[in-house]
Each structure stands twice: as C-alpha cells, then as structure tokens.
Design a protein around this ligand. Structure first.
Ligand SMILES: Cc1cc2nc3c(=O)[nH]c(=O)nc-3n(C[C@H](O)[C@H](O)[C@H](O)COP(=O)(O)O)c2cc1C
Length: 344
C-alpha cells in the first residue's frame, strides 16, 4: 500500500530546492494523510517587502517544483489557494501514473550563478521558449547591447540606495554566512562563497559589516563604487530578462514565481545560468505603496528609475524581477536548505 504521507514528504524534499530571497526559505508545511498545507513564515520574510512580494514569488517557485516532482513520483495534485492569515494553499494528493517531466532532473541542480557570464550568444530557439506570456504574467527578454547597458546602469543606481538603508544593511549581514561551518549549521542565508566576490571583495564585505563604516562611505558618496560590480556583471551578459505582472496581488506573485521557476529550470536544462537582481522591483514597489523609509533624494531617484523601466517593459506592466542570463563556469559553491519544517 502506498503511504501517501511519505510520498508527500518525498515531493517536499525536491520542492524546497526552490530559490528564495537571501535563501530565507520563507515557508512552513503541515502534512496530513493526503493533504499538504503551505504557510508563509513571517519571521523569515525580508523586512522590506511590500505585498509579501518576494515571499510569494519564492512560494510560487516552490509550488512549481511540487507540481513537477509529484508528477514524476506518481502523484496527482490539486492546488487550492486560501490566503487566510499565514495559510497560503492547501494541496490534495492522490495516487496517479508516474510520468516523466523534462525539467524534473534540474530541480536540485538549478543554482544562482553570480560569476561573470561569457558573451556567447544564446540560441533563438531557447530564448523563444523563455519569452513566456501566461495570463497576466510575462517574461521579457532583452539582447540589445544598448538596452542591457541601460538596465545595468539602472540596477547600479538602485543598488547604491540599498547601501544607504540601515535596516537593509543589518538584514543582509544577519543573513550572511561567513564560514562553511556556520552555513552547514544554519542551512539558510547567503554563504559568502556563493557571492563570487574574490578575496578582496570578501574582505571589503567583512569590513563593511559595521554600519558606522558603511555610513561614512555613503556620506562620502562612495557607495556607488560598491554597485559597480553589478553594473559590470549585467553589462557583460548576453541577455537580460525582466519578469512582469500587470497586477500586484498575492496570486499574481505566486503565478509569477511559477513562471520564473519554469524559465530557470529550462535554462538549467540548457546549461545556462541565471542571476537575479531584486532591488529594483522591490524598491519601486515600495515607492508605489508608500511602505518605505526613503528620503526625498532617494524617492526622486527611484521615481526616475521607475519611469525608465516602465518605458522598457510597457504601459501597465509592473516589474517583479530582473535577471541576467548566460553561459558561465559552474559556481564556486551551492547554497543549502534547512531540514523540512513541518508545522504541528
Ligand atoms: C525573490 C528572490 C529575490 C532574489 N534577489 C537576489 C538578488 O537581489 N541578488 C542575488 O544575487 N540573488 C538574489 N536571489 C537569489 C537567491 O539569493 C538564491 O535563490 C538563494 O540564495 C538560494 O540559492 P540558489 O538559487 O543557488 O538555490 C533572489 C531570489 C529570489 C527568489
């Protein structure tokens, strides 16, 4: 007799390899005999997250993994979204036929690769597959060098602001794992080796952990220098993608997360890598909702950045994520996942 509960747990072992902001893994599970409940964990969310945007994007990616893994492990799954308190969805499972899915082998191997990408162009037929338009979600792919350079510049301008916000700075350092031992103990957050900073970059990161030092750099207006690496990484990539939604409700972010995960797995299948840049969508959304502590100068700057992005992605579209795509050597390290947190 098939033990469905055990099978659901097996599906989850795959699902949690979904990406999440700063590897915060903002999910919790309750597993029943043939049902799975997914909750978001407010304690693990980023501080600065209008509409729980990144939490729902990550849970969307998780749900995509669940659907693929269930199919390949011989389960049928029905997803019902709830959005009541912290409960996001109820999923019911029943035995079904075991099927193949061409993205299944990549659920556990997909990674964020922050290395510099080769300029080698990406074949049109791959790009065509990535340019998804599903309901109110769209993936827009840019290959034009001038546009990519402009996107790189806009990301750099936004990241400059990121260094100026004390709470964001503290959160980043709270989530950074400076040693292998710490990363293996906590199994979440950003392990320094995954950031591909080199020894000098790692030293700078360690020195900047003290807000007083970061603040002096900001006052001298040298923080723009810290965003130059992102500019160079994007500028040298053959392709940039922007994930868009016409709406900003929880369901749209979940759907966007599913689409994004499909793109990411498809890239992995083609030996291609992806590197997200979350600051522009997060800050622009925070500007729009008013849930922010931006000063006047930052608001003005973000207002201009928002206008330029709107011109790129089109009227009525909201940017949910920016990412660069390309071929590259494999990353130096892979992030870990916590043991399954099952809610009782
Ligand atoms: C919503 C979201 C936002 C992210 N933002 C960034 C970002 O701004 N910069 C970055 O380098 N990685 C970003 N990432 C990638 C995560 O840091 C990464 O998924 C996580 O550390 C787990 O690593 P993995 O993708 O290699 O499994 C983001 C991922 C998600 C899902």
């Amino acid at each position: 007799m098939l033990n469905l509960k055990q099978e659901i747990l097996k599906v989850l072992e795959y699902a949690v390899w979904a990406p999440s902001a700063e590897n915060n893994q903002p999910w919790l599970f309750r597993v029943g005999e043939n049902e799975l409940q997914i909750f978001f964990d407010p304690q693990r969310e980023l501080l600065f997250e209008p509409h729980h945007m990144f939490t729902f994007l990550s849970i969307g990616a998780l749900v995509k993994n669940i659907k693929i893994a269930a199919l390949c492990l011989g389960l049928q799954v029905k997803v019902r979204y709830i959005f009541h308190d912290n409960l996001v969805a109820k999923l019911s499972f029943e035995p079904g036929d075991k099927r193949d899915h061409d993205l299944f082998p990549y659920i556990k191997t997909r990674v964020t690769n922050r290395k510099r990408y080769f300029s080698k162009p990406i074949a049109d037929q791959i790009l065509k597959k990535l340019s998804i338009q599903k309901d109110n979600i769209a993936v827009k792919i840019f290959q034009d060098k001038t546009i990519i350079r402009r996107i790189a510049y806009l990301v750099m301008r936004t990241e400059k602001i990121r260094f100026e916000i004390k709470s964001t700075h503290e959160e980043l350092y709270h989530n950074l794992r400076f040693t292998k031992e710490e990363e293996e103990r906590k199994r979440d957050g950003l392990y320094i080796k995954t950031l591909e900073l080199g020894l000098l970059g790692e030293l700078v990161l360690k020195i900047l952990r003290y807000w007083e030092i970061q603040n002096i750099i900001n006052k001298l207006r040298l923080n723009i220098l810290l965003s130059i690496p992102s500019y160079l990484l994007i500028r040298s990539s053959p392709c940039v993608g922007i994930l868009c939604s016409t709406q900003t409700d929880s369901m749209s972010y979940i759907r966007a997360g599913e689409v994004w995960q499909e793109v990411w797995l498809e890239l992995a299948r083609n030996n291609l890598y992806l590197h997200p840049f979350g600051a522009p969508p997060l800050f622009i959304t925070a500007l729009e909702t008013g849930e922010n502590s931006f000063n006047e100068g930052q608001q003005r700057s973000l207002g201009k950045i928002k206008e330029e992005f709107s011109a790129l992605i089109g009227e009525g579209q909201k940017m949910v994520m920016i990412f660069r795509i390309g071929y590259a050597p494999p990353p130096s390290a892979k992030s870990l996942r916590r043991d399954l947190r099952v809610k009782v």
